[in-house]
Each structure stands twice: as structure tokens, then as C-alpha cells.
Design a protein around this ligand. Structure first.
Ligand code: ATP
Length: 649
């Protein structure tokens, strides 16, 4: 509804010369080529709302059409009503001016309403589409992308789409229509006066474009400095950063750095606000040239009796309807670029193909015996190939990935019979966690294959494979929700009895019942917090509720007190019963209870066997065992048999 409101001025144009929309689309966006393919892709998101678009364009057309009528009414008043002393006509024309404004206002309300629905609708579709797509991304995508970045795209970029749909598109169409309507009317009123009005257009069209460029440059500089400032604050104003700053006595230096960056932001923002103001001031002087020419030449024509006074006044009034849209359309290309850039950032994510995908004819695994077999499995983590043109950009681009040269797993083979327990043992970085990532297909092997009941995992539909697996990791993740909701995440249809049974088996039921709101107590990042041991038992209950055939367990290395340790051990024992289990083992008891110990080092399996055999073999396992556990075993033996110990001494 530009041009119909406050901005309107008689015979001139607004002080910002159409540059008030420069921020549209975010100035930090890289320039995007406006081509048919991109426009077509964006149009596909607009297309489902075509009936609403028709309403919007009709509203704009009606507004533009009605916008040319008030000056005609003024002409009627000056040329007919007053000279003819026709009070009826005077009332009618003044009434028409007021009525037209009311009608235009009502159309504006309708247009805004439809427009908001379309804008929100497109956002709704895009956000759902993007969320669904992000869910399908492999683990690698999330390890490579900053969490804040993903949320920012889902939130800010998708949010900016609303601005494109309700701002850019509408403003372009509305300006074009106002322009066409005004040009048509003024040329039909008097062609030579209309030509005069148009003559001054280049005088402000070109400077407007130049100032637009300067402001955009300043704007992107400001954004960059602002991003620096935010990054600095995030780094320093958190527990780790502030501790470091205090310990190393850098508080004053940090404050100084902060002040400098803060000042840069301030200076640039002021510069940006002032950019082009002098030029605009000069231009507003020039802008008087339009009405001056009209009054001069129109006045001469009026003296000659060729046109009426009303026509001159109406003409002068039309100038604002002419110059303002031209000023705004001067930067139309940049507006479109900005709008496309918003979509482009969303498309970058939508174009990211997940590294792990289901085959079209993938097997839906109804049940499984839990027989696992790794055959010559090698794996290296995919690394993102940055495009050489923009090596420093944080964006995930179109996610071209390739495997890193380093093998995290190198020709790994072993077999786990249904119901067996396998303990994975080895030094840090050996590849134990990596194996637990390949089993639920968070990644697929680079070479070799993993078989479940004889089926290559790559042939099995991911969801159906994971339906038979559960994992209890060191780092228990619970949602910021109630304990019940956290447990139900494993099996949404679980009854209260099933939940209680799982919690009892995990030795956490009594603890939960002692909480103020029992199972409805909110846990998580905020609110009530559970201790590490309690969280783990909730995780065990969650896994029990899922009742998987295959269990992946990453034992906690952290030292818990004896009671907590005991409760967890007992709970784990129940969880492990009768399941195929792959355990990254840190406790001697777990290792001793395993059917098979797979010893890994630098991505390779170096030994496989039972505890006693491996100790006798005197290899890596024996060494690790001596380093980590022999003292514990000796102490346990001594405390159980002190006389024996004395005898030996
Ligand atoms: P730890 O006992 O310390 O957890 P681990 O035996 O579980 O070690 P893994 O986590 O499987 O070891 O790591 C194996 C190798 O893969 C390591 O060299 C590690 O640096 C590398 N690695 C792990 N995750 C990634 C990743 N996302 N991207 C690239 N390399 C990775």
C-alpha cells in the first residue's frame, strides 16, 4: 500500500527516495544471479497460493487505479464546483475524496490480511520441508555444521521469506501498477506536460542507485563487525571464557578489545544512517524542478487558456505518484537479488543429499535374530570439500563431501552371534565409537560390509533397522520435558505399567517417586537436573522400554560413587539379558562377562578372544589389562583373602 499513506506529498517525493527498503534480504548475502531457474524454483513455493495472489494483485490494481482519482476530484473542485458555485458538486467531490481514502484503506486491510496468510503459509511449508529434510541428514552433516547455523536457517532465513512475499513482491507490483496508472492518466490529460514531468526522472534515478550501492556496502560491513562482536561476546561471556580471562588476568585487555569492536559498530551504523543524506538534500532541491516546470509551462498554457488551473494542480499532485515508485524501482534488481538470496540459503540445505539413504527397494526388517557380522569393514569420516571460490565461508554449501584420507576403521572383521555380548576394548581413538555409529547406519562403511542376519545393512531400510536397536551412551541426552515424556520417546504407546516396570528394572523408579511431581517432573537443560548416574538410569529405563534386539552400550568412564555404580550395574545387567550387545567397555566386570573381547588399535582389530586367552597371549589386551585393571584385581583379591595375601608376602 505504498503511496497511499503517510509518504504521500503533493508534487514531490519522499525524503528517502525509495531507499528505505535497502535492508531487504540481508546485506550480508552474497550477490545471487537472478536467472530463470532460480526464479522458477522460488515461484514453485508461491504457486500453491495462486488464488490468494490473484486477490492480492486485484487489491494492488484497485489501489493503484483509485490512487489516480483524488487529483481528478481536486481538478473538478477547482475547475467546476468553485467557478460554477455548484455546492452539490463540491460536496460530491469532497465526499469522493474522503470515500476513496476509506475504500483504499479497506482494500489495504484485505490485502494485508491475505498477504500475511500467504507469507506465513509459504514460511510454514518451507519450514516443514526443511525440518523434514534436516531430519534425514546423516550424523556427518551435524558434526560439520554449527548448531547455531542450522537453527538460524530454520528461523531467520525462513522468517525472511515472509518479508520477500509480503514486501518485495508486493512492493514491485504495486510500484509498477502505480506507475502505469499515473503515466496513463497524465499523458491522457496533457502529453506535453506529462513529457516535462518525465524529463527530470534521470536526475534522481541515477543518484538513487549510486547511494543504494554505498549503503549496501556499509550495511554489510556493519553486519560483519556486528557478527565479530557477537562471536567475541559468546566466547568470553561463558563459564569457560570468563574463567580463562580471570585466571590469565586479561579482563582489562578483553574489555578494551570489546570497546574497540563496539565503537566500530557504532561508527559504521552512524555512517550508514548518514550515507546519501547530503545527496538527498540536494535531490530534494532538484525535486522541486518537477513541480516548478509544471507550474511554469502549465501556467503558460493556462494563461493561453489551453488548460485549466485544476489540471495544473492535479498534475503536480501526480508527480509524487510518479517519482516515488521510480525511486523505489531504481533498486528493484537488488531487491530481487536480496529476496533470492534468502531462498538460496534455504535451498542450499534442501539440496544437501544425506550421505546415508534408503535404497528404493530397501528391505523392511520385521524382526531380527541379532546376528551381526562385519566383513573387512573400512571407514573414514567424510570431510566437507569447501568450494575454492569461498574458502572461508561457514555455510555448508551444497555439501560436497569426500572421505578423509585417514581410516578410522581399517579392514575390521568380527562376528557376533545372536544374544552374544561383545566388549570393544582399545586405546583412545582406536575406532570403538566409530563401530557403534556404523551399526545403526549413522554412516555406511567406505569399504566392506556389515551383515545383520545375512542382509547387508545398506539393503535394510534405516528406520526398520533402528527399530531393533537401542543405545545407552556415556553422555545421556534427555529432552527438556517430563521424565514420562522422555521415556515415552522410546515407545510412544507404552502403558503406565510398562513405564513403571522399565523404571523399576533400571533402579530409578523409587528415586522418581520421591521427586515432587514423580514421573511428571521436568528434567533437562533447565529446571530440575538429574545427576549423571540418575540420568544414566533413566536412559537405561528408556532402552528397556524400547526392548531392542541389539543393544549398543558405551560405558561411562566417569567415577560414580559405590551406590550409584551398583545401581547402574544391576540395571545394565537386566538390560543386557538376552540381547546382542556391543559394549565399549571400561569396567573389568563387563569385560569379564563378555562372550568375546574385540581389541582394537588405530582402526584395526588386533586381537579377538576371551579374557584368559588374551591375557595369556601377552599382546595389547594383556598390556591394557595390566595398566588398568591388574591393581584393582589384586586389591579385590587381597581384601577377599587377607591371609592369602599375607602368605604371599
Ligand atoms: P575413545 O575411547 O577416545 O572414545 P574411540 O576408540 O571410540 O576413542 P573413535 O571415536 O571411534 O575412537 O575415533 C576413531 C578415529 O576417528 C579417531 O582418530 C578420531 O579422531 C576420528 N574421528 C572420530 N569422529 C570423527 C569425525 N566426526 N570426523 C572425523 N574424524 C573423526
Amino acid at each position: 500500500m505504498r503511496g497511499m499513506g503517510m509518504e504521500r506529498s503533493l508534487g514531490g517525493y519522499g525524503r528517502t527516495f525509495g531507499l528505505q527498503r535497502q535492508e531487504m534480504g540481508g546485506p550480508d548475502r552474497p550477490p545471487v544471479k537472478v536467472d530463470r531457474a532460480r526464479l522458477g524454483r522460488v515461484a514453485r513455493y508461491f504457486a500453491p497460493y495462486w488464488p490468494q495472489w490473484i486477490v492480492i494483485f486485484l487489491c494492488i490494481a484497485a489501489t493503484a487505479g483509485l490512487g489516480v482519482l483524488p487529483p481528478l476530484c481536486v481538478r473538478g473542485i477547482l475547475d467546476h464546483a468553485i467557478p460554477d458555485k455548484d455546492m452539490r458538486l463540491l460536496y460530491l467531490l469532497v465526499g469522493a475524496i474522503v470515500g476513496l481514502n476509506i475504500v483504499t484503506g479497506l482494500i489495504g486491510v484485505l490485502q494485508n490480511w491475505v498477504n500475511a496468510r500467504v507469507g506465513q503459509g509459504i514460511m510454514f511449508d518451507l519450514r516443514n520441508h526443511l525440518y523434514g529434510h534436516l531430519q534425514k541428514q546423516s550424523l556427518g552433516f551435524y558434526t560439520r555444521t554449527r548448531a547455531g547455523e542450522i537453527v538460524s536457517r530454520l528461523n531467520n532465513d525462513v522468517g525472511a521469506v515472509h518479508g520477500v512475499a509480503t514486501g518485495t513482491v508486493v512492493s514491485i507490483v504495486s510500484n509498477l501498477m502505480t506507475l502505469v496508472a499515473t503515466v496513463t492518466v497524465i499523458f491522457s490529460m496533457n502529453a506535453s506536460l506529462a513529457a516535462l514531468a518525465v524529463v527530470v526522472v534521470p536526475a534522481f534515478y541515477l543518484p538513487t542507485r549510486i547511494v543504494g550501492k554505498v549503503r549496501r556496502r556499509l550495511s554489510s560491513e556493519t553486519q560483519a563487525v556486528q557478527a565479530d562482536l557477537v562471536a567475541f561476546m559468546e566466547e568470553r561471556l561463558n563459564i569457560g571464557g570468563i574463567m580463562l580471562s580471570k585466571l590469565f588476568g586479561q579482563s582489562r585487555a578483553d574489555a578494551q578489545t570489546f570497546r574497540e569492536r563496539n565503537r566500530q559498530v557504532m561508527d559504521l551504523t552512524v555512517k550508514q544512517a548518514m550515507a546519501g543524506r547530503w545527496l538527498f538534500m540536494c535531490l530534494s532541491v532538484i525535486s522541486v524542478a518537477g513541480p516548478a516546470l509544471i507550474y511554469l509551462f502549465g501556467g503558460r498554457l493556462a494563461i493561453g487558456g489551453e488548460i485549466s488551473i485544476g489540471t495544473i494542480i492535479a498534475f503536480a499532485a501526480y508527480l509524487s505518484n510518479l517519482y516515488r515508485p521510480i525511486g523505489q524501482l531504481a533498486n528493484v534488481y537488488v531487491d530481487i537479488q536480496g529476496g533470492l538470496a534468502v531462498f538460496e540459503r534455504i535451498f542450499e540445505y534442501l539440496d544437501t543429499t544425506p550421505e546415508v539413504e534408503d535404497r528404493p527397494d530397501a528391505l523392511v526388517l520385521g524382526s531380527t535374530r541379532g546376528h551381526l557380522r562385519l566383513e573387512h569393514v573400512s571407514f573414514s569420516y567424510p570431510v566437507r570439500r569447501r568450494p575454492s571460490a569461498a574458502p572461508e565461508k561457514e555455510e555448508p554449501t551444497s555439501e560436497s563431501t569426500e572421505s578423509s584420507a585417514r581410516l578410522a576403521l581399517d579392514d575390521v572383521s568380527f562376528e557376533v552371534q545372536p544374544g552374544q555380548r561383545v566388549a570393544l576394548v582399545g586405546p583412545s581413538g582406536a575406532g570403538k565409537t566409530t563401530i557403534t555409529y556404523l551399526l545403526p547406519r549413522f554412516y555406511d562403511p567406505t569399504a566392506g560390509r556389515i551383515l545383520l542376519d545375512g542382509h547387508d545393512l545398506r539393503d535394510i531400510q534405516q528406520d526398520s533397522l533402528r527399530a531393533h536397536m537401542a543405545a545407552v551412551t556415556q553422555d545421556t541426552f534427555l529432552f527438556h520435558a517430563t521424565i514420562r515424556e522422555n521415556l515415552l520417546y522410546a515407545r510412544p504407546d507404552a502403558s503406565d505399567e510398562a513405564i513403571t516396570m522399565a523404571a523399576r528394572a533400571a533402579n530409578i523408579h523409587d528415586f522418581i517417586m520421591d521427586l515432587p511431581e514423580g514421573y511428571d517432573t521436568v528434567v533437562g537443560s533447565r529446571g530440575f537436573r538429574l545427576s549423571g548416574g540418575e540420568k544414566q538410569r533413566v536412559a537405561i529405563a528408556r532402552a528397556l522400554l524400547k526392548d531392542p534386539r541389539i543393544l549398543i552400550l558405551d560405558e561411562a568412564t566417569s567415577n560414580l560413587d559405590a551406590t550409584s555404580e551398583y545401581l547402574i550395574q544391576e540395571a545394565l545387567e537386566k538390560l543386557l539379558q538376552g540381547r546382542t550387545s556391543i559394549i565399549i567397555a571400561h569396567r573389568l566386570s563387563t569385560i569379564l562377562n563378555a562372550d568375546q573381547i574385540v581389541v582394537m588399535d588405530r582402526g584395526k582389530v588386533v586381537e579377538i578372544g576371551a579374557h584368559a586367552d588374551l591375557v595369556d597371549a601377552g599382546g595389547l589386551y594383556a598390556k591394557l589389562y595390566r595398566q588398568q585393571f591388574s591393581r584393582v584385581v589384586e586389591q579385590a583379591r587381597l581384601s577377599a583373602d587377607p591371609q592369602g595375601g599375607n602368605r604371599r608376602r
